[in-house]
Design a protein around this ligand. Structure first.
Ligand code: ATP
Length: 284
């Protein structure tokens, strides 16, 4: 039977701004999103019967219809009236509910994988529109690299690719619910907002120092109030040589941009021995 391995890469947010709460309950956002090399591996195998079988190395991950990878497979099978099925194996490396889009990225990989496996030849923009039905971050995970996102995150403009930056990720040993963070956000009283336009300009000029100093996420206000140690992690990253540091998505992962991989590894050593998850990676 035909089989494919697809990389499902995580993302970080270089900026995250929330403009207002929409009538449909979603928040209108502006974000600059960036793919990182940290990835899950999704193996997809064709099944002769119309079925979806899901396996994973991660015990905490749901293995039923609530898994975003499962939902993506179901959507593809329905939408394109496929009369065969798939067996999906998720090798999880991206921590769960960490603000790194692990679930969205798995769903994106399944959409891309089924398109290839069944030789559907669906164009990327159509796959991205379809992915939106699974989650707001799925279209970006299909597109990848560096992009400006608006709407609920689904309206994407590719930016000049910011690949090869050295990144240190630190995630405390708990998960944060995206929904709870947005519920606690007082949109009308946000104190510090990113200068998204300026950031797009810095990216266009690949000005790493300015990019690092422009990192900003309005959700930090909420999460640092709940978990003050996130502020300590940022501070420690900066003390250990990060050019800039910020929380990704709705957290709790915090990342720092470093001059080079050696500096990022040295800072990582400083976090060793804590109960945080620590990972050195690069932007893609
Ligand atoms: P984002 O950055 O897009 O807000 P996140 O990194 O904070 O996402 P995820 O890791 O995508 O969050 O997971 C959020 C929830 O989705 C988890 O609690 C998990 O139970 C559920 N989930 C469903 N399918 C998956 C999957 N394939 N991988 C990870 N989580 C999944």
């Amino acid at each position: 039977m035909k089989k494919l391995d697809i990389d499902a890469r995580g993302k970080i947010n270089l900026t995250l701004d929330v403009l207002f709460k929409r009538l449909d309950g979603y928040h209108e956002v502006e974000m600059i999103m960036q793919t990182i090399a940290l990835k899950d591996i999704i193996s997809i195998e064709l099944l002769s019967r119309r079925d979806i079988v899901l396996n994973t190395n991660c015990k905490k991950l749901p293995q039923d219809e609530s898994n975003l990878a499962y939902q993506a497979a179901e959507l593809m099978m329905k939408e394109y009236e496929l009369d065969a099925g798939v067996s999906i194996d998720i090798h999880k490396n991206i921590p769960l509910a960490a603000g790194l889009a692990g679930g969205s990225s798995d769903a994106a990989a399944v959409i891309i994988g089924i398109n290839e496996l069944f030789e559907l030849k669906i164009p990327k923009d159509e796959l991205m529109t379809l992915g939106e039905r699974i989650g707001a971050d799925v279209p970006f995970c299909i597109l990848g690299k560096t992009a400006f996102a608006r709407g609920i995150g689904e309206q994407l403009t590719p930016l000049k690719s910011l690949s090869g930056l050295s990144i240190l990720l630190v995630k405390p040993p708990y998960c944060i619910s995206t929904k709870e963070v947005y519920n606690r956000l007082d949109v009308k009283n946000i104190k510090i907002r990113p200068d998204t336009k300026a950031m797009i300009d810095y990216i266009e000029h690949q000005d790493i120092d300015k990019i690092a100093s422009g990192l900003c996420n309005v959700l930090e206000e909420v999460t640092i109030r709940l978990y003050p140690e996130l502020g300590d992690i940022k501070k420690r990253m900066l003390e250990k040589g990060a050019l800039g540091s910020v929380m990704s998505g709705s957290g709790p992962s915090v990342f720092g941009i470093f001059e080079n991989i050696r500096d990022a590894k040295r800072a990582a050593d400083d976090f060793a021995g804590t109960d945080n998850w620590i990972f050195v990676t690069k932007t893609e």
